[in-house]
Design a protein around this ligand. Structure first.
Ligand code: PEP
Ligand code: MG
Length: 834
């Protein structure tokens, strides 16, 4: 085992560490080494190795033999937050001796920082001894600097480990590029590999195990990126991650029921009595203005010792995590998803590393955390994509929570009950705290309708207007206003008559919602006694099922089982699935349970299946076709469903069916499994009507199928030839298009009396309910949160009116015309108009 020779990474004067005017280095708290007073402005690699951390002002390199070398440019340069530095390498990158690592502006730094002396230390000094070192002389880049001798035999063994580097290019086809959710998927997948993994775009390279770093790349649709992996399992990692990116990083158009967010484009108005914004959560509220008064939390820059500050930060992060978990447990699925993303950010390796580096230079935990967070917030703010910019709020929210925790306190908020909260921006945790004070609504100067805080507000039924501009900040504290989030505006003056009318409307809504809640668990009949079953779409586990039952779900109309197959390395086993389905069946307390076999492929890929590359994945291997491509998976799933007790509770539903033969083939498979395993094959088998082919051939399918359920999300995409995930087409891809409605009508007519349900997005839409019922649909399935109101709407309908409405809708020429027709119908027929 040979010694490691380090060459000088920079031109300058080499001196002993003792002369460094910073005890952290002089006392060798970070390790032994030398210090260079630089006259050059670029740091070059002192040996071959892999970049462990690259934080602009400092870089750590792991040599092939395992020695870890920190090169820290100047003292207290962390406070410059990267200003004056250009990094040439990202984390995980393999470098050769003499490769440029970072360049800095020597003159700028000389004016800004305490000292330019740059320590070069071995941070794992317990494994290496410095045999020789250069001192007190001029050095040029590449001249001898230090010689290290490994102390432990096992360190020597590492010399023979070949640090393989694999790189693969892939084009990102995701509609919104690598934004927060796909970044989280990619980072989680990367973390499963031991090797270092980075993602490169146009020469910039970031740690692929970090969500914030991935987002900071700002990868947009059609960008060509490179996955670079180095280490023992590099090849496997590079292959898997490239496949995952090529398959769309698990992006699903309707992954979770998203509360309806009415996006109204903001119009500038000079009307002094009103301020226009964008509706982020519907509703009307009347109340006094209360401004959010939270001053920036002050933090001391200097720490009280590295070990102390590191421990403080770890404690605060753990406490914030617990607090977030508790808040998530009190919320719906939407809130849980958002808060899970916050937890992922809290544990982000880049943020942790940024903070660790700052603490290592003597900063306090709070200063270090703020510095790490703001570094990334600045990068995200500079990105073009507004979705990415909105994630800055999530980062700042975590900054505030951790700083509050470090200060030893809980976030205190005191707001008058019934107030309209006004703020420049509102963070998710602030909204949760404000909701506990009982605010009636909120209006922000900035923000967008797709920010997490907007989604949370919709889930909490808090009317919200965002992006209202600076004028809102000037409204006097306590001024009475009307927040009309239905229209996306704040009214500063309202006459007494209008105010009376608005109060009456709020009262009706409130009492309707109360009535709906009270009757939520009763079976649903129209006013003229036709039974309409209202089911919930489920995607996760038993807990979600129990919540749905509490909200009045009469069963599960669609279990999206592909969720069980996502975010893991291998498919769930038959046993795992059987347990999961059994738990959901029990949470449903015997109510009907429709399990859709996995709809993998298209917009719902799973990495480990490595679906073959396809030109048009939405038209390729997905749904039941994937089941035929991997029959052993479909067989295991069917067997798991057949094991659920009591018999008769479950029904099986097949996605993406386009031919009778597919149904017959699954029937055959079912019979074989039942025979081989001694199960009873008598289980209802249904078809999801989501291809135009299935919609127009229900008469043939009805000979084999026991029931139908229309998936309006996919049916609309295939009928209109518009990608359901394409944001540009979002305004046009409307399930109320007469072409879609005519297909639903045809599907019902052909079904030979077999039950036809709707479980796509239209199934949970109160406005569409009378129309669907008029078309002959007898079961609606949608997001659980909407069930009480949906039932209440249906209780006011008469079948004859619904049929007449459906006739008219089928004759309309556009989705807009149908929507207008339904809105008129609701205003005339339903007490609290939808
Ligand atoms: C649909 O397509 O309408 C449907 C319910 O299935 P998914 O959204 O899961 O594709
Ligand atoms: Mg579908």
């Amino acid at each position: 085992m040979s010694n490691l020779v380090l060459v000088s990474p920079i031109k300058g004067w080499v001196g002993p560490l003792d002369e460094v005017p910073d005890p952290v280095f002089a006392e060798r708290l970070l390790g032994d080494g030398v210090a260079v007073d630089p006259t050059g402005n670029t740091i070059y690699a002192p040996c071959d190795g892999t970049i462990m951390t690259s934080a602009k002002h400092a870089v750590t390199l792991r040599a092939v033999c395992g020695a870890e070398i920190l090169i820290h440019v100047g003292l207290e340069t962390v406070a410059l937050a990267g200003q004056g530095f250009v990094s040439h390498v990202g984390e995980g990158r393999s470098v050769r001796t003499g490769d440029p690592l970072l360049t800095f502006d020597l003159d700028f730094l000389a004016l800004q920082v305490k000292s330019l002396i740059s320590p070069i230390v071995v941070t794992n000094g317990d494994e290496f001894e410095i045999l020789r070192r250069e001192q007190n002389r001029e050095t040029e880049v590449g001249e001898f600097l230090m010689e290290l001798k490994p102390l432990k035999p096992e360190a020597a063994g590492e010399e023979s480990v070949i640090v393989a580097e694999e790189s693969r290019e892939v084009v990102v086809a995701l509609a919104h590029g690598i934004h927060a959710r796909p970044a989280a998927t990619l980072a989680n997948a990367a973390k499963r590999f031991a090797c270092d993994v980075s993602l490169m775009l146009e020469g910039r390279r970031v740690n692929a195990k970090s969500v914030v770093a991935l987002m900071s790349l700002g990868v947009r649709k059609d960008a060509r990126v490179t996955v670079v992996a180095s280490g023992a399992d590099a090849r496997k990692a590079a292959d898997a991650l490239v496949d995952l990116i090529a398959a769309g990083l698990g992006e699903v158009a309707e992954r979770a029921p998203v509360p309806e967010v009415v996006a109204v484009v903001r119009e500038e108005t000079t009307d002094p009595k009103r301020i226009r914004g964008v509706s982020a959560a519907p509703g009307i509220a009347i109340g006094p203005i209360a401004h959010l008064k939270l001053s920036e939390i002050a933090v001391a820059e200097k720490g009280a010792g590295i070990a102390h500050e590191a421990a403080e930060l770890a404690r605060a992060l753990a406490d914030v995590r617990t607090r977030i978990e508790l808040a998530a447990a009190r919320g719906d699925r939407q809130r849980r998803d958002i808060l899970a993303a916050h937890i992922a950010l809290l544990e982000d390796p880049e943020l942790a590393e940024g903070a660790r580096c700052a603490i290592a230079t003597g900063k306090s935990a709070g200063f270090a955390w703020r510095h790490a967070v703001r570094d990334y917030a600045r990068v995200l703010e500079s990105l073009k994509d507004p979705r990415q910019r909105e994630r800055v709020q999530d980062l700042l929210d975590l900054e505030r929570q951790v700083l509050t925790e470090l200060g030893g306190g809980e976030m205190q908020m005191q707001l008058p009950r019934g107030a309209i909260l006004v703020a420049r921006e509102l963070l998710p945790s602030e909204l949760i705290a404000a909701a506990e004070c009982g605010i009636a609504g909120f209006c922000t100067a900035g923000g967008g309708p797709t920010a997490h805080v907007a989604i949370l507000a919709a889930g909490m039924n808090i009317p919200a207007v965002v992006s209202a501009g600076e004028r809102v900040l000037a409204i006097a504290e306590g001024a009475d206003v009307v927040l009309d989030a239905d229209k996306g505006e704040l009214r500063l003056e309202t006459d007494a008559g209008e105010l009376r009318e608005l109060r009456a409307r709020i009262e009706v809504r409130r009492s309707e919602a109360g009535v709906a809640q009270r009757h939520a668990r009763e079976d649903c009949f129209t006013a003229d006694d036709t039974r309409i079953e209202i089911f919930a779409n489920l995607g996760a586990g038993a807990r979600e099922a129990a919540e749905a039952v509490a909200l009045g779900a009469e069963g599960c109309g669609l279990l999206r089982t592909e969720f069980l197959f996502q975010d893991r390395d291998t498919p769930p086993t038959e046993d795992e699935q059987a347990q999961q389905y059994q738990a959901i069946a029990e949470a449903l307390e015997g109510r009907p349970f429709i399990i859709r076999t996995f709809d993998i492929g298209g917009d719902k890929p799973v990495p480990y299946l490595a679906l073959p590359p396809e030109e048009n994945p939405a038209l390729g291997l997905r749904g039941v076709r994937t089941g035929f491509w991997k029959p052993e998976l479909l067989r295991a799933q069917i067997a798991a469903i057949l094991r659920v007790k009591p018999k008769g509770q479950c029904r099986i539903m097949l996605p993406m069916v386009s031919a009778v033969a597919e149904l017959a083939a699954v029937r055959g498979m079912l019979a074989d499994i039942a025979r081989e395993r001694g199960f009873d094959a008598d289980i209802p088998l249904g078809v999801m009507v989501e291809t135009p082919a299935s919609a127009v051939t229900t008469d043939h399918l009805a000979d084999e199928a026991d029931f139908f359920s229309v998936g309006t999300n996919d049916l609309t995409q295939y009928v209109l030839a518009m990608d359901r995930g394409n944001a540009q087409l979002a305004g046009q891809i409307d399930a109320l298009h007469p072409a879609v409605l005519r297909l639903i009508a045809q599907a019902v007519r052909g079904a030979k009396g077999k039950m036809v349900a709707v479980c796509g997005g239209l199934g949970g839409d109160r406005l569409a309910a009378p129309l669907l019922i008029g078309l002959g649909v007898s079961e609606l399935s949608g997001p659980a949160a909407g069930i009480p109101a949906l039932k209440q709407t249906i209780r006011e309908l008469r079948i004859s009116d619904c049929r007449a409405l459906a006739e008219k809708a089928l004759a309309e020429k556009s989705a807009g015309d149908v929507r207008a027709l339904l809105t008129r119908f609701a205003a005339e027929t339903i007490k609290e108009a939808v």
